[in-house]
Write a protein that binds this ligand. Structure first.
Ligand code: PLP
Length: 288
């Protein structure tokens, strides 16, 4: 496997960065997770747009143009013969001195890993996940804004560990007001009386690309979508629930905090959206 680091492709075992990179020292950097389906990089422009938004938020100058970055992503897939896979694209603050100030880092580093991923065991796509709400809250926009896809994921890692302690593969994180924000690496949706609901991004959710896809697909199928405040009450009493993410794709949830959701099996709207999602991903993207 060849990894792109600052304009060069190096072998996996040689792919190294400085211990003085502020991405490592302070989590100072941003990233994207991007999917490749049938030699198409799915919604690449949207991922790069979000990367540039994150960069602007943390005042990071990405040392490539959008076109050069798109080409580097595609070339990483070509060189590794990726037909179906997962790309991890990182931009770190780069090498600097000890101390938080990014002023000592003259140039950001770009790393692209083209690999594969499987987030949840296959059977859960058929039978659904049982998840829990955990004590660790999603940081609010006044702290580290969840809209920034930063390298600082400790908040979510703590939540993931708390889920594992309760025997669950995924966790719901509430925001500091107690509304449902999202899961540790996925957005959340519920279906209630035929309407699709998802937390508004202002509630502490990342504006997920898969979330956007599902909203588009639902609207195209004539399903009404509402982005609003949701509490756990709305999830416990929903007819259906599912999570979305680039790595997870679309996965049903059948239980939250010991309460069975709907019939306790993946629902019809979930299955319908799952089917159209798989059609969409194989038809939309930048060809390698
Ligand atoms: C915290 C968080 N929420 C939601 C998502 C889903 O976003 P996307 O669909 O763009 O992968 C991710 C994906 O990495 C994430 O890290």
């Amino acid at each position: 496997m060849k990894i792109f680091i600052d304009g060069e492709f190096v072998d996996k075992d040689e792919a190294k960065i400085s211990v003085f990179d502020h991405g490592l020292l302070y989590g100072d950097g941003i990233f994207e997770g991007i999917r490749v389906y049938k030699k198409c990089v799915y919604r690449l422009e949207e991922h790069l747009e979000r990367l540039w938004y994150s960069a602007k938020d943390i005042m990071l100058t990405i040392p490539l143009s959008v076109e050069e970055m798109a080409e580097a992503v595609c070339e990483s897939c070509r060189i590794n013969n990726i037909e179906d896979g997962y790309i991890r694209l990182l931009v770190t603050r780069g090498k600097g001195d000890l101390g938080l100030s990014p002023d000592t880092c003259p140039r950001a580093s770009v790393i692209i890993i083209a690999d594969t991923i499987r987030l949840y065991p296959e059977e859960h796509y058929r039978v659904g996940l049982s998840i829990v709400t955990v004590p660790t809250r999603r940081s609010g926009p006044a702290a580290l804004n969840p809209a920034i896809k930063s390298l600082n994921y400790l908040n979510n890692i703590l939540a993931k560990m708390e889920a594992a302690q309760q025997g669950a593969l995924e966790a719901i994180m509430l925001n500091d007001q107690g509304y449902v924000a999202e899961c540790t690496g996925d957005n959340i949706f519920v279906v209630h009386k035929g309407i699709l609901y998802t937390p508004d991004v202002a509630n502490g959710a990342l504006r997920g690309i898969t979330r956007g896809t599902v909203i588009d697909l639902a609207e195209a199928a004539g399903i009404k979508v509402k982005e609003c405040n949701l509490t756990r009450h709305e999830i416990w009493n929903a007819d259906e629930c599912f999570l979305t993410g680039t790595a997870a794709e679309l996965i049903p949830v059948v239980k939250l905090d010991g309460r069975v959701i709907g019939e306790g099996v993946p629902g019809t709207v979930t299955k319908q959206l799952h089917a159209v999602f798989h059609q969409e991903v194989s038809t939309r993207g930048v060809m390698l």
